[in-house]
Design a protein around this ligand. Structure first.
Ligand code: RFL
Ligand code: PHB
Length: 391
């Protein structure tokens, strides 16, 4: 098999890249270890920045997003005795949208299917070769257990945090930066109308809690829990009681309504960046190159921002024989990556309860500052609602 761009991974980064490349007349083939059904039903991100929404709309992926996406003006920040609304529209003129990653993934799946995109699902043994030549190739075993070889001009590593692309960059030329956190999130999806109109981020001595949502009838909620938490120790009643206490049920008449839990999981928190995001003819995008803790709602948006840059760079490289954007891709993408890495770390360390009493006082001081100072609030709003693409 031969194509222009071999894309590894059919998550949002890989699927959107194939879509943008096709619009510019560049061919690609996607390889994915999971089934389409699995990829489209993974419950993950929920918040899209303005620039993500604008990009999706501008490339014909906005129809369901416009019908079902729920624009929010901002978020609530809460801690015992305090409740503040941060209005991003007033502060920086930008909104955010509630639109699940599952929906984005379905929109991409339908669009690529309609365009006849070649996607090999349920492949195994994906390996990257000859990345430093202009004839790289990828070998894999297809779903019928046949060994295959895909030749390409370029390989795009969009295979998330556990894929083989990142590891294909030799240790001698790569640098990694990492921070692990002493806590995880226990996340639930529940068949109950959200108890809030916009997201609530809550600091509480027992630990952080977040009230998010997917629709008028489905809520998404998270609790800070220690690393290594076993879901078996968290029956439904314990989850709802902890959420009620941390989110402030009963304070100023606010009530949290519980409901049947339909999905649950524990996810560790990690910050990770690998540089450069390019090695020869291999280009990394999304979680394959960087991971942020979810507190800033940045992971999916950052994957989209990488891919917007990468599609343009590959178009110039392959259609105009102009390598300049491909050469600067890593540095260009990393500016936003580090901004989002800092913001996600900052939101995480401001909101997750620490055992150090000094840290606790700093957190409360920071919360008071961002909720009472226009300068502080604007900084949070600008980062959360997201910078325009290209910055
Ligand atoms: P993905 O989505 O992980 O896709 C990578 C794909 O590669 C496949 N793969 C392989 N394919 C071929 N060969 C191999 N050897 C392969 N190994 C793996 C995988 O099966 C998969 O299909 O990475 P991508 O495309 O870079 O997208 C990144 C986003 O998925 C991620 O950053 C976000 O979900 C992060 N995130 C959030 N981001 C936001 O912007 N806003 C949010 O509100 C938000 N909330 C979240 C989140 C992530 C979460 N979890 C579970 C990690 C909430 C959660 C709970
Ligand atoms: C979500 O809705 O899943 C969500 C929202 C905001 C975050 C993280 C996750 O910061």
């Amino acid at each position: 098999m031969r194509t222009q761009v071999a894309i590894i991974g059919a998550g949002p980064a890989g699927m959107l890249l194939s879509h943008l490349l096709a619009l510019g007349g560049v061919e690609s083939v996607i390889l994915e270890t999971r089934s389409r059904q699995y990829v489209e039903s993974r419950v993950r991100a929920g918040i899209l920045e303005t620039s993500t929404v604008e990009l999706l709309k501008s490339v014909g992926l906005g129809e369901r997003l416009e019908q079902r996406g729920d624009p929010h003006r901002g978020i609530y920040l809460r801690w015992p005795g305090e409740r503040h609304h941060m209005d991003f529209v007033d502060l920086v003129g930008r909104k955010v949208w509630i639109y699940g990653q599952t929906e984005v993934q379905r929109d991409l799946g339908r669009a690529r299917e309609a365009a006849g995109q070649e996607i090999h699902h349920e492949v195994t043994e994906v390996a990257l070769h000859e990345l430093q030549t202009d004839r790289p190739h990828v070998t894999f075993t297809d779903s019928d257990r046949r060994a295959q070889r895909l030749d390409a001009d370029v390989v795009a590593g969009c295979d998330g945090s556990f894929g083989p692309s990142r590891a294909a960059v030799p240790d001698a030329v790569r640098s990694t930066w990492e921070r692990t956190y002493p806590y995880s999130w226990l996340g639930i999806l529940a068949d109950v109308a959200p108890s809030t109109d916009e997201l609530i981020y809550a600091w509480h001595p027992d630990g952080f809690a977040l009230h998010s949502m997917r629709s008028d009838t489905v809520s998404r909620l998270y609790l800070q829990v220690p690393n290594g938490t076993d879901l078996a120790d968290w029956p439904d009643e314990r989850i709802w009681a902890a959420l009620a206490a941390r989110l402030g049920h009963g304070a100023d008449g606010w009530q949290l309504t519980a409901g049947p839990i339909t999905d649950r999981g524990v996810l560790p928190m990690r910050s990770f960046v690998m540089t450069p995001m390019r090695h020869g003819r291999l280009f990394l995008a999304g979680d394959a190159a960087h991971i942020v803790p979810p507190t800033g709602a940045k992971g999916l948006n950052l994957a989209v921002a990488d891919v917007a840059l990468l599609a343009r760079a590959l178009h110039s490289l392959l259609c105009d024989r102009d390598p300049r954007l491909a050469e600067t891709y890593s540095d260009d993408a990393l500016r936003r990556v580090w901004r989002c890495t800092h913001f996600s770390w900052w939101m995480t360390t401001m909101l997750h309860t620490s055992t150090d009493p000094f840290d606790t006082q700093l957190q409360l001081s920071q919360l008071r500052w961002v909720t009472t100072s226009t300068a502080g609030a604007t900084g949070l709003a600008e980062n959360y609602a997201g910078l325009p693409l290209g910055l």
